[in-house]
Design a binder for this molecule. Structure first.
Ligand code: GLU
Length: 448
């Protein structure tokens, strides 16, 4: 049986690290399956909420997934499937599992308060089930429109969760869920089940905030005469301080991370490894992450999202990037000065875009930082005629012998003069790339 999973974001905002982690785990699980093709990753746009969903966010989801390398095999859109959901509604009505209720929010809130004050669980009392045909007509004549509730069987719903082990939800302790609002809009619960059935989803992988939903949805699968898929509920992410991420999610959108210069491979490696027994190191590719993915490696406690880990992974991805991968991006930055240049600078980068600074230092103009011109002039006089990767070592030895400067007092002034920067990549390859003419001007204190 081919594994089929779905990632079902709602296009009501940009994807953030929390929901992309769910998507990624789905992707890794599917693509890590044995066999040529691996499993099928379905992208489902959950846009039943027509007021809050936008095309712009939908495009944003696709942009982010594509950028991260999370290609999808099928794509579906809930807003195009309303007739299918309506059919399911008719079946549930015919089976006596969907009933109209007329309470307003204010009435429901009041009832809940009374229940709580009596020490009772705030569960919907099913008053609407007792309405007669005449009662309903009367309410509708008053101008009330019904919302529709699914009548739970009320039982211990059990499943063996791939991430959490044996799970159980007692649906007797839950209110009958509203599936259709009074304006006729479908809430998420039913369309999701109908789609999981129609799209032959074998594994529903999502955050553990959906555990209770799963209890309800398994009842709906059964009411529709379908076999439930397997479920995996992953832990949610917390910040490095242990607090929930939700307040800061705005700053953790994939779009923001992209704009801040994080590499897609660093982001997916980081997200795939949070809360697992794997080392916090970047993988060579997203496919490699998929091949290594196992639910068994994931801890049961919440994963900590730590920016320092991400920054470290990002640097490691850049340090290992070959010229063929870097070249088109260097070109885009106007910083493609060849392979030797890339190899000289990559181990110093924390963001790819910093390559343009070094392209300027090497190929453009830098303003030297000069403190002791006499020292620099002495060094200039000792600069060999031809420069190569070995020059720096021999030259600084000669400058040391001539001036007595050593350590930082020797290297730092030369670096500052030659690059106009306090820090940077190793000077050996850089000096050769800068070339003799520019080096001499900069050593003379002139921008060049
Ligand atoms: N659109 C739902 C959400 O983002 C999907 C949940 C699910 O995976 O079933 O929460």
């Amino acid at each position: 049986m081919t594994v089929r999973v779905r990632f079902a974001p709602s296009p009501t905002g940009r994807l953030h690290v929390g929901n992309i982690r769910t998507g990624l785990i789905n992707w890794l699980f599917a693509k890590g399956q044995h066999g040529e093709e691996g499993g099928v990753f379905v992208l489902r746009i959950d846009d039943t909420d027509l007021e809050r969903s936008t095309k712009e966010y939908e495009t944003g989801i696709e942009t982010d997934l594509t950028w991260l390398g999370m290609t999808w095999d099928e794509r579906h859109q809930q807003s195009a499937r309303f007739p299918v959901y309506t059919q399911a509604v008719e079946r549930l009505k015919a089976a006596g599992r969907l009933y109209p209720a007329y309470e307003t929010q204010v009435e429901l809130d009041l009832r809940r308060k009374v229940q709580l004050s009596q020490g009772l669980p705030p569960v919907y009392d099913r008053a609407a089930l007792k309405l007669s045909e005449a009662d309903r007509k009367a309410l509708e004549a008053e101008g009330r429109k019904p919302h529709w509730r699914f009548r739970l069987e009320g039982k211990r719903v059990k499943w063996n969760d791939l991430a959490r082990g044996p799970c159980e939800v007692d649906t007797t302790s839950l209110s009958d869920p509203v599936l259709i609002r009074e304006d006729g809009a479908f809430l998420y619960t039913l369309p999701s089940v109908v789609d999981d059935i129609d799209m032959a989803i074998t594994h529903v992988i999502r955050g553990e905030d959906h555990v209770t939903n799963t209890g309800v949805q398994i009842e709906i699968f059964e009411a529709l005469g379908a076999k439930s898929p397997e479920f995996a509920h992953t832990t949610l992410l917390v910040g490095s301080d242990g607090a929930g991420l939700s307040k800061r999610l705005g700053s953790l959108s994939i779009m923001d991370l992209r704009e801040q210069g994080y590499e897609p491979l660093a982001i997916v490696s980081h997200l795939a490894r949070i809360g697992t027994s794997d080392p916090m190191e970047p993988a060579g590719s997203i496919e490699e992450l998929a091949a290594a993915f196992q639910f068994g490696k994931m801890a049961r406690h919440p994963g900590r999202y730590d920016f320092e880990d991400l920054a470290r992974m990002n640097a490691a991805v850049l340090h290992a990037m070959d010229y063929a991968s870097a070249q088109p991006r260097l070109q885009n930055l106007g910083a493609d000065l060849g392979e030797t240049f890339w190899l000289a600078i990559r181990s110093n980068l924390s963001r790819f875009a910093d390559a343009s600074l070094w392209a300027r230092v090497v190929g453009g103009t830098a303003t030297p930082i000069v403190e002791d011109q006499a020292f620099l002039s002495q060094a200039a006089a000792l600069l060999p005629q031809t420069l190569d990767g070995e020059t720096w070592h021999a030259w600084t030895e000669a400058v040391k012998a001539a001036t007595g400067a050593k350590g930082k007092g020797l290297y730092a002034p030369l670096r500052r003069a030659l690059t106009g920067e306090e820090r940077g990549p190793e000077m050996g390859p850089l000096l050769a790339l800068i070339g003799r003419e520019k080096a001499l001007k900069r050593l003379a204190g002139e921008p060049a």
